[in-house]
Design a protein. Structure first.
Lengths: 555, 504
């Protein structure tokens, strides 16, 4: 095999491709005279996103599954600015690899979904869309806190502009400002926290900070560290959004065009929690975990209950999103292998399901010009294909076995049952009822839109069933629902290399720690444990499943 | 070339350019375009920038140039400011070439000449180590800017701007002069090196103390630090946009240069005294500037208050050790120059000579009509907010970390809190720019507005590139300004006439 080795530069290529594309599209003038001319930006964006997708596929193809935990692959680490000490440090591990592929996979679908719905100012739209793509991919690969922060801020701006400019109703400005302030204010505090951390350690480098945190050599008072970790967590939680911080979600979802909604919530915030909150503040994150578990469980039920009474499809989708991301929050904060792996897997699922759902809603809106459920009815006979896709998406969302959603939700709920958090059984029970509510509102929605007597709007307007382009958007998603449902190890193998070591810290096998787990789970003497780790490194490298067995014994 | 001429080469070129423009102005028939004079001024400014660069090479090779009986001292520090001032004036000239074409101004030639003269004065301020010489430079620059502020004759706001600026400015200059007089009273000299030596042995420390206070008041006015800021909003509102871009950055840079030299080289022994005053000025400027800006509806007034706040941020750096302070202050001055001049160039292009766009409301949905200009304005505003990867971020970063290193953490915290407040008013402008008006239907075809001319495009590119470069590769400039520091101290001690005297 005499092929070129792309590994060190592949991540740079992945970010640079959409960036170059955005610049290129911004330079091509808009031409609205001919049909092909008005599509040139869409075609350009499609090509660029497909190239990016191809590049990201390099990662799973060359991923080293047997690498040591907490190490990064495809790394690129260049010194950028000496004072302050900023590095251009990119890298991928089991957590981020599939998220990168996911983000790149959703991009061409987003372009296809905007193909006809965005007719004016296509240049602005696709330029912003590609910039959003750059920011997302950048967030997933950046390992330098400062660099990461740059991408994080960048992710706010194009989205705000997309909502403000391409919003559906006159409420768009309000929605955009709300989204911006909700995202910007916590991230300003995040910047202060990052700078404080830099002042403390002299580095922005994530692996270095992780090492410092793991050895408890961060020279600060526990209160200061806790506050700093909360600054991190809140900035991320708003972006997720976690239950009481979801104020921006409904209006943003209602206004944003389909392609933007697809990437609005979920993965960026959740990834950041997993990477930075858990990475730099492992102890503090465990300290607040019971609260987050409670908020996750409440969010699941709250989102589902609100969705149950809403008649506007976009509002319903917004709260269903809240409900779904809350599942992930619940899962990851259990700090069990099942919860973490299931949570990460569910991020992928939730994004795909959400994307399919929003695309389908967009298709309905393109045909009938309304999101009000009461105007619909009896569509199944007219649009058999669309109805099929809708039902399939719904089933994936409610967690039917064989489809992706089931795997994620099952793992999360089992993980949550095994966790050591206070009242975890209560919260798990509550979360499990959310599954029932989820099924209720989704199926009720299907019934009202596709079955029953024809609604006002459906009688007035004659829509058409899926066209070739729309089939092209939906089939890959539908196929993935199924594949992820029956062949989850394909993804889980990489995810577990991230999840297992993190969870492992909770259920340790050194004798001193065991004693504490049953009584006071979160006040484990980590210093003692770390000493044990150094003395008996073998103890810390137990395979994930073995560790679960140990955990059960302990309990 | 004699050392004396070499030391004032950039100033000399600018003066000559100004004089030639003044002489040529009457030769051009009334009603004819004054653009050639503008190009002449651009050439002159560029040449003076090159001359400053030449000086830098000489300085690197042979060390500091001292001239005219040690009243002029050219070192890396002054060359940095020479280059900065030349660059600011150059961009201003480029941006205002077509500014007057649309208006009814018949005396555009004077405008170009005054910019050259003003720059001369500012450069003198930064390179002289003799306070009287500084004063002369200050007067040359001030009088030029007074006239420039009222250049849109016949408008009430312009006249108000000029008169207010002139009256308050003269008053402040008097304070500065009084401070010089007190220095002379205390030490018997007006040379910075001699003052430094004299103050250590003076029998009247109170006099020296008062002198520092007076100088601080005079220069505080020039940098529009609170509580000497009241003129700023009115003057900025009335003055022509390109001039505001220049006078919110270049004279300020010069005044900060004088302040750095004076405080750190002439009166280091009073540090414990003046640092208190600096702290008060910094906190007051940041707070008043930002809170004041929150209440503004007029974009130029808003930027005026933001410039008051910026003076506060730069003054925060003054609390650090000399090297940190010089590096941070110089960096911030340069970054602020890039982004603020850029913002005003965009305003010039957007609203033209008549300045049609005034209130934030007028900017609503502008991004859809003028996407490129709006994007640039947005970028400059983002830099003014201090988002990472812009010059504004590193400006604030270096200033605040300098304060933290010298133990003034509370000042950095006040500054950070203020930066948070500042987001809101910049964001108001940004959100206006990028929100689609309610009446807009998305299907309207973008109107074809006045095109951005080539010189203006050059000015915009230069400022945007500078803002971006300072945000992603700040180290080049940082190295330059860090090198600028030691020369001032070394030079100050070597030219000291009383090196052998011991403190009392």
């Amino acid at each position: 095999m005499n092929q070129m080795n792309f590994d060190p530069i592949i991540l740079t290529l992945i970010i640079a491709t959409p960036l170059a594309g955005a610049i290129l599209l911004a330079l091509i003038p808009e031409d609205t005279s001919s049909p092909t001319g008005s599509k040139r930006h869409a075609i350009g964006a499609l090509i660029i996103t497909l190239v990016t997708l191809l590049l990201t596929l390099h990662l799973p193809a060359h991923f080293n599954y047997s690498a040591a935990p907490h190490t990064f692959q495809f790394e690129q680490n260049l010194s950028w600015i000496p004072t302050p000490n900023i590095h251009y440090h990119l890298g991928v591990d089991g957590l981020s690899m599939w998220l990168i592929v996911l983000a790149a996979f959703l991009a061409p679908l987003g372009v296809l979904a905007s193909w006809n719905s965005i007719r004016n100012r296509t240049k602005l739209f696709y330029t912003l869309f590609l910039l959003q793509q750059v920011a997302m991919l950048g967030i997933f690969v950046a390992l330098d806190l400062f660099l990461y922060y740059g991408f994080w801020e960048l992710s706010i701006v194009p989205m705000t502009l997309l909502i403000a400019t391409f919003g559906r109703t006159e409420n768009r400005r309000r929605a955009a400002i709300k989204f911006f302030l909700y995202a910007f204010i916590p991230s300003a505090i995040l910047l202060v926290a990052i700078l404080w951390l830099y002042n403390l350690t002299g580095t922005f480098d994530l692996p270095a900070l992780q090492a410092l945190a793991a050895t408890h050599t961060l020279a600060a008072t526990p209160t200061a560290l806790l506050l700093c970790s909360i600054a991190f967590l809140v900035a991320f939680a708003v972006k997720v959004p976690v239950f009481p911080l979801h104020g921006w979600l409904q209006e943003a979802v209602a206004e944003a065009p389909t392609a933007a909604v697809m990437v609005l919530a979920g993965k960026l915030g959740l990834y950041s929690i997993l990477r930075f909150s858990f990475g730099i503040f492992p102890d503090q994150s465990r300290h607040v975990a019971p609260i987050l578990i409670a908020l996750g469980a409440i969010g699941i039920v709250y989102g589902a209950l609100i969705a149950l009474i809403k008649t506007d499809l976009k509002t319903l989708a917004a709260f269903s999103t809240l409900s779904h991301v809350s599942f992930v929050v619940l899962g990851i904060f259990t700090f069990t292998i099942l919860g973490l792996d299931g949570g990460v897997f569910q991020i992928l699922n939730e994004s795909l399901i959400g994307a399919a759902f929003f695309i389908l809603l967009g298709l309905l809106y393109e045909r009938y010009g309304t999101y009000d459920m009461r105007d619909y009815g009896g569509l199944a006979t007219r649009h058999p294909w669309m109805a099929t896709m809708f039902v399939l998406t719904t089933l994936a969302a409610v967690g039917l076995p064989m489809l992706g959603g089931f795997v994620g939700e099952f793992l999360i709920l089992s993980g949550s049952m095994q966790s050591f958090a206070t009242h975890h059984i209560l919260w798990t029970t509550l979360a499990a009822t959310g599954v029932i509510f989820g099924a209720a509102y989704m199926l009720w929605m299907i019934q009202r839109v596709f079955y029953g007597s024809p609604g006002v709007r459906t009688e007035e307007v004659h829509g058409w069933d899926l066209c070739a382009r729309e089939h092209l958007e939906l089939w890959p998603l539908a196929a993935l629902f199924l594949i992820m449902g029956v062949a989850s190890p394909l993804w889980m193998r990489a995810i577990d290399t991230y999840g297992a070591p993190i969870a492992g810290k909770v259920v340790q096998i050194s004798p001193g720690v065991y004693k504490n787990i049953e009584t006071e789970t979160y006040s484990v003497n980590w210093q003692e444990f770390n000493r044990d780790c150094i003395d008996h490194p073998g103890h810390c490298r137990v395979e994930g499943s073995a560790r679960m067995e140990t955990a059960k014994e302990v309990r | 070339m004699s050392t004396n001429l070499l030391a004032i080469l950039p100033e000399l070129i600018l003066t000559l350019t100004g004089i030639v423009i003044m002489l040529a102005e009457p030769l051009i028939a009334p009603g004819k375009s004054r653009k050639p004079l503008g190009w002449l001024a651009i050439l002159g400014t560029a040449a003076s920038g090159l001359a400053a660069f030449y000086q830098l090479q000489i300085c690197n090779a042979h060390g500091t140039i001292t001239a005219f009986y040690a009243t002029i001292q050219v070192d890396a520090f002054s060359v940095f400011f020479h280059l900065l001032i030349a660059a600011i004036v150059l961009v201003t000239l480029l941006a205002s070439l077509d500014y007057f074409e649309a208006g009814t101004v018949t005396h555009a030639g004077e405008y170009f000449a005054l910019l050259c003269f003003g720059a001369t004065g500012m450069m003198f301020m930064t390179s002289s180590v003799e306070l009287l010489m500084v004063f002369i430079g200050l007067e040359i620059s001030s009088i030029s800017t007074y006239i420039l502020a009222g250049f849109r004759k016949g408008r009430a706001t312009a006249s108000e701007a000029a008169i207010k600026y002139f009256l308050l400015g003269s008053f402040a200059t008097a304070f500065f002069l009084y401070g010089i007089a007190l220095c002379f009273g205390a030490t018997g000299s007006t040379s910075i090196a001699a003052i430094a030596a004299g103050l250590t042995i003076t029998s009247t420390p109170l006099l020296g103390w008062l002198a520092v206070a007076m100088v601080l008041i005079g220069l505080g006015f020039k940098v529009s630090a609170a509580p000497f800021h009241v003129w700023t909003p009115d003057v900025y509102q009335g003055a022509p946009s390109p001039v505001v871009g220049m006078m919110s950055t270049a004279p300020k840079a010069a005044a900060f240069a004088v302040l750095l030299r004076f405080l750190f080289s002439a009166t280091p022994m009073y540090r414990s005294h003046w640092i208190l005053m600096i702290e008060i000025l910094a906190v007051a400027s940041m707070t008043i500037g930002n809170l004041g800006a929150l209440a503004q509806r007029d974009v130029k007034r808003l930027l005026a208050y933001s410039s008051i706040a910026t003076a506060g941020y730069i003054l925060v750096a003054f609390t650090a050790s000399q090297q940190d302070a010089v590096a941070a202050a110089c960096f911030y001055t340069a970054a602020y120059a890039a982004m603020n001049v850029g913002a005003f160039v965009v305003l010039t292009q957007l609203s033209g000579f008549d300045e049609k766009l005034r209130s934030i409301q007028d900017f609503t949905g502008l991004a859809l009509k003028r996407p490129a200009l709006s994007a640039l304005l947005a970028f400059f505003l983002i830099s003014l907010i201090g988002i990472p990867f812009t010059g504004g971020f590193f400006g604030k970063f270096y200033a605040f970390s300098a304060a933290v290193h010298s133990g003034h953490t509370w000042l950095a915290i006040v500054g950070l809190a203020n930066s948070g407040v500042a987001c809101f008013y910049y964001l108001r402008v940004l959100s206006a720019l990028y929100s689609r008006p309610v009446t807009d239907t998305l299907s309207d075809t973008p109107t074809t507005p006045r095109r951005v001319t080539l010189p203006a495009a050059l000015a915009l590119t230069a400022t945007a590139a500078a803002t971006l470069c300072l945000g992603i590769i700040p180290n080049h400039l940082l190295h330059l300004v860090q090198r600028a520091t030691p020369t001032t101290t070394v030079a100050a001690t070597t030219t000291s006439p009383v090196p052998t005297l011991t403190p009392r």
